[in-house]
Design a protein around this ligand. Structure first.
Ligand SMILES: Cc1ncc(COP(=O)(O)O)c(C=O)c1O
Length: 368
């Protein structure tokens, strides 16, 4: 390596490597492991989406970074139908190669550096921090704007419904974030990956007219199709909101070759145009959530938040690694809460992303 050092040294240890012994222990269970650690979909991609993917498989040319107009229009229509988001024009939709890459690169693509502050939730999806570390910004964990004192952040992340806690931020909370950001000149990046998976109550977008009064200035909403359409393997998401910010991201991404493969654009267009496969998937997760929720409570866990999203955020009031080991002895693998920030130290995150058979096995083992 050159004298300039390794970029990876800026980053924390890859957290998933640290649960390999719990994983090995869980795999020794005679009934096999029930892996509820990663939120990776297990149900097949809908035939309608697969057909759209293969229908364009013979097309050889480069795709555009901005994506097809069909894709962008389908995203606009889906946001309107599914979430009541209005006022987005197709030009303000930018496809991304899964939202993780966008989040990891966002501070850099927005030109942020050492003088800038990025605010992330107290307990957060780790990639917000990774993106900030890669661009050398300061980082502050805060759930409310009052915690920020006189700071003028450059970028504020919100994630409602949250990974890992499943907490939903209400209209009033989001309005305060938008108002604060506008006063201080911050961009708000709202990661809305789980917006379509609200179990109790309503989850709203940062672009909801009730939140932003129809003014998208300084706001970015990040939408992924990984969870709601089972497209994690395809890598399909988009960012939308402030037309000027989206245009700037497009410009940078055009130069960088960050284009979504054309067959994936076609698949995504079909997925965004169809709500039925999404409703079927949501129902699968609703049933799994009920089974796991009941089994965890009966086994003495307390479940916090978790009113939306793909996880149950639970605790037994002990260090998360102790809970992780107890679960591993029963052949169940969870994610330790400390992956998501110091405030997660006594929680584990249990994903709903396993087959009905594996979820039933987990419930039976928790009852033993
Ligand atoms: C909060 C949150 N944001 C973004 C992502 C990334 O999703 P993808 O890159 O599959 O779009 C995830 C994945 O688990 C997530 O939980």
């Amino acid at each position: 390596m050159s004298a300039r050092g390794r970029v990876s040294s800026l980053l924390p240890d890859f957290p998933w490597d640290t649960i390999s012994s719990a994983k090995a222990r869980a795999a020794e269970h005679p009934g096999g492991i029930v892996d509820l650690s990663v939120g990776t979909p297990v149900d097949p991609v809908d035939p309608l989406i697969r057909a759209a993917l293969s229908s364009v498989a013979e097309i050889p040319g480069y795709p555009t970074t901005h994506g097809t107009s069909e894709l962008r229009t389908a995203a606009v229509e889906a946001m309107k139908r599914r979430f009541g988001i209005t006022g987005v024009g197709p030009a303000a939709v930018l496809p991304v190669i899964g939202t993780k890459e966008l989040i990891a690169g966002l501070p850099r693509m927005l030109g942020l550096g050492a003088a800038d502050l990025v605010v992330i939730p107290e307990v957060a999806y780790p990639t917000y921090e990774v993106g900030a570390l890669l661009s050398g910004t300061r980082i502050l964990r805060a759930d409310g704007v009052t915690r920020l004192g006189p700071e003028a952040p450059a970028l504020i992340y919100v994630n409602s419904p949250s990974n890992p806690t499943g907490k939903v931020l209400g209209v009033e909370h989001l309005r305060k974030v938008v108002e604060f950001a506008r006063e201080r000149g911050a961009i708000v990046a709202s990661d809305e990956c789980y917006l379509g998976l609200a179990w109790e109550g309503r989850a709203v977008s940062i672009l909801d007219p009730e939140v932003c009064d129809g003014d998208h200035t300084g706001l970015l909403a990040i939408h992924s199709l990984s969870k709601t359409s089972n497209l994690a393997s395809y890598r399909a998401g988009y960012v939308t909101g402030d037309p000027d910010l989206v245009a700037e991201l497009l410009e940078v991404r055009k130069h960088s070759g960050m284009m979504l493969p054309f067959p994936i654009q076609a698949a995504m267009t079909a997925a965004l145009a169809d709500d039925e496969h999404e409703a079927r998937q949501r129902e699968r997760y609703r049933v799994r959530r009920e089974v796991l929720r009941k089994a965890l409570v009966e086994a003495g866990f307390r479940i916090d938040h978790s009113e939306a999203g793909l996880y149950l955020w639970c605790t037994r009031g002990e260090p998360c690694r102790v809970t992780l080991d107890r679960l591993a002895e029963r052949g169940i693998l969870a994610a330790p809460g400390e992956f998501y920030g110091p405030l997660g130290a006594e929680h584990v995150r249990i994903a709903l992303t396993a087959t009905d058979e594996r979820i039933a096995a987990a419930a039976a083992r928790l009852a033993e």
